[in-house]
Design a protein around this ligand. Structure first.
Ligand code: CA
Length: 460
C-alpha cells in the first residue's frame, strides 16, 4: 500500500466514515446479437456508436473478450452465476414454459444484495418464466422488462414492471434507457447493481422512422434497420452515462459492456444484418464469430484506460464485481471466473486463464494461449441453414496470426491438438449433461414475448 493511501485509509477509519461509502456502483450492460464489427471501437464505418466509443475510451477494451456460448440464454446464465453454464445443465435455450436457470444457482444479484446493494434488472431476462425463476426471485429488487428471449420493440404486451403488465410503451430501447436512468436517480443512498440487458439488436427488426431516416445511405434494408436499432442502443447508453456524470457517480461506477453472443450471420439463425469481420462464423457456432464479442470494462476511480489482449471471459465479470464490492468469493460458490482488475492494472502479471472452454451440443472449443481447437457447426461453411448439420472435424488455429480461423494446423501440429483436447476433456469431465435439449429455438421474434407465450422462451 502506498504511504499516502495508507494514511488516508487510517484517517477514514479514525473518522468512522463507512467503508460501504466506497463501494462502487456496478452497471452491467448487455447488447443482444451484436456483430463484432459493428462498433466504432472495432472500426465500424457505417454505424456511429459515439457513446459506446466514449465508454471504451474511459476504460479497458478487451481484444480477446469472450462469452461462454453462442446463444442468448446459456450465456446469460453464465453471466449471472459466474460459472460455465455447462456446470449446471443450462447448455441451450430453455424450451417450453417450465425450464429455466436451475433455482439452486445463486446469481450475482443475490450476492450483491446480501452485501447491501440495491439491485435492478432493466430489459431481457430469458432465464425462465416460472415464478420461482423470475428476476425478483433471483436477487433483483426491481424489474422492468420481459421474461422471454425476444420481443417486439413497439408492443407493450409482455412488458412488466415488477409483476405488473405495462400498458404503454414507446420503443423498448428508449424505455430501457429511461428506466435505467430512473433507477440510478432513485438509488443514490446505497450502492447499486443494475443489469441493463437490451434486446437490441436481436430480431424482430424494428426501428423508429426518425432513426431509419438517418441511414438512408445504407442500401440494404436489413442493415439499415439494424443500424437504426444500434443507434437507439447507443443513445440509451449515452443517456445513462450522462446521468452518472450529472450525479457525480462516474468515477466510482464499475461499468461492463458485452454482447451476449456473436452476430447471427448464417442462415437458420435470427439474422439481423450484423457483421463479424474479421471473425469467421456466426451466432450458434463455436467459431470466433459466435463467441468473441465487444467487451469493455470502465471504472475511472480504479482502472486506467487501455487495451488488454489476453483472453478473458464474461464469467470473469461476476468475480470482478464481487471483488470490487468487497465480497469475498467462497470456494463452495465454485466460480469459474477471476477478478480482472489486478490483471488490467498490471498488479498480476500472469494470464487470467490457462484456457477457456466451450461446449454447445456436439460443438466444442478450447483456447489456450494463441491456439484454439474447435469443432463447429458446418452450416457456417455450407450455409444451408438446416438443423443437425454435422460438426466439423477438430480444427486447430493460431489466432495470433489467423483471427479469421482460415488455416487449419491440426495435421501439422498433432501434439498441440492432443494437448488442447486433453485440457478440454479434463474440463468437460466436470460438467453435467444438458438439462434440456437444443429445441432449435430459431424464433424470428415477430411475436411479442411474455409469460403467456410459450413459444417465446425458445427464441435464441
Ligand atoms: Ca443473443
Amino acid at each position: 500500500m502506498k504511504p499516502l493511501f495508507a494514511l488516508l485509509a487510517s484517517l477514514l477509519a479514525i473518522t468512522g466514515l463507512s467503508h460501504a461509502a466506497d463501494k462502487p456502483n456496478i452497471l452491467l450492460i448487455v447488447g443482444d446479437d451484436m456483430g463484432y464489427a459493428d462498433v466504432g471501437f472495432h472500426g465500424c464505418k457505417d454505424i456511429p456508436t459515439p457513446n459506446l466509443d466514449a465508454l471504451a475510451k474511459s476504460g479497458v477494451r478487451f481484444s480477446s473478450g469472450y462469452v461462454t456460448g453462442p446463444y442468448c440464454s446459456p450465456t446469460r446464465a453464465a453471466l449471472l452465476t459466474g460459472r460455465y453454464q455447462n456446470r449446471f445443465g443450462h447448455e441451450f435455450n430453455p424450451g417450453g414454459a417450465t425450464t429455466g436457470m436451475p433455482v439452486g444457482e445463486t446469481t450475482i444479484a443475490d450476492r450483491l444484495k446480501s452485501a447491501g446493494y440495491v439491485t435492478g434488472l432493466v430489459g431481457k431476462w430469458h432465464l425462465g418464466n416460472q415464478e420461482a425463476m423470475q428476476p425478483q426471485k433471483r436477487g433483483f429488487d426491481e424489474f422492468f422488462g420481459f421474461l422471454g428471449g425476444a420481443h417486439s420493440y413497439f408492443e407493450s404486451r409482455g412488458i412488466l414492471r415488477g409483476t405488473t403488465p405495462v400498458t404503454e410503451l414507446d420503443y423498448t430501447t428508449d424505455a430501457f434507457g429511461r428506466e435505467a436512468v430512473s433507477f440510478i436517480d432513485r438509488h443514490q443512498a446505497k450502492p447499486w447493481f443494475l443489469y441493463l440487458a437490451f434486446n437490441a439488436v436481436h430480431t424482430p427488426m424494428h426501428a423508429t422512422d426518425e432513426r431509419l431516416a438517418k441511414f438512408s445511405g445504407i442500401a440494404d434494408k436489413q442493415r439499415r434497420t439494424y443500424a437504426a436499432m444500434m443507434l437507439a442502443m447507443d443513445e440509451a447508453i449515452g443517456k445513462v452515462r450522462r446521468k452518472l456524470a450529472d450525479a457525480g457517480l462516474e468515477q466510482n461506477t464499475l461499468v461492463f459492456f458485452i454482447s451476449d453472443n456473436g452476430g447471427p450471420t448464417m442462415p437458420g439463425v435470427t439474422v439481423n444484418g450484423s457483421r463479424n469481420e474479421p471473425l469467421r462464423g456466426s451466432k450458434r457456432t463455436t467459431l470466433e464469430g459466435g463467441v468473441r464479442v465487444p467487451f469493455l470494462v470502465s471504472w475511472p476511480a480504479r482502472v486506467k484506460p487501455g487495451v488488454y489482449d489476453q483472453p478473458v471471459n464474461q464469467i470473469d465479470l461476476s468475480a470482478t464485481a464481487l471483488a470490487a464490492a468487497g465480497v469475498e468469493a467462497k470456494p463452495e460458490w465454485k466460480l469459474d471466473g477471476v477478478d480482472l482488475v489486478p490483471f488490467i492494472t498490471g498488479a498480476a502479471r500472469e494470464n487470467p486463464h490457462d484456457a477457456l472452454y466451450w461446449r454447445f451440443g456436439a460443438q466444442m472449443a478450447v483456447r489456450s494461449g494463441d491456439y484454439k481447437l474447435v469443432r463447429y457447426d458446418t452450416n457456417a461453411d455450407t450455409g444451408t441453414g438446416k438443423r443437425n448439420q454435422p460438426v466439423s472435424a477438430a480444427k486447430l488455429y493460431n489466432l495470433a496470426n489467423d483471427i479469421g480461423e482460415t488455416k487449419d494446423l491440426a495435421a501439422a501440429e498433432p501434439d498441440k491438438v492432443k494437448e488442447l483436447q486433453a485440457k478440454w476433456d479434463a474440463w468437460n469431465s466436470t460438467n453435467v449433461k444438458p438439462l434440456w435439449g437444443d429445441g432449435g429455438g430459431d424464433s424470428d421474434g415477430k411475436e411479442p414475448g411474455g409469460p403467456q407465450r410459450k413459444r417465446k422462451q425458445n427464441a435464441e
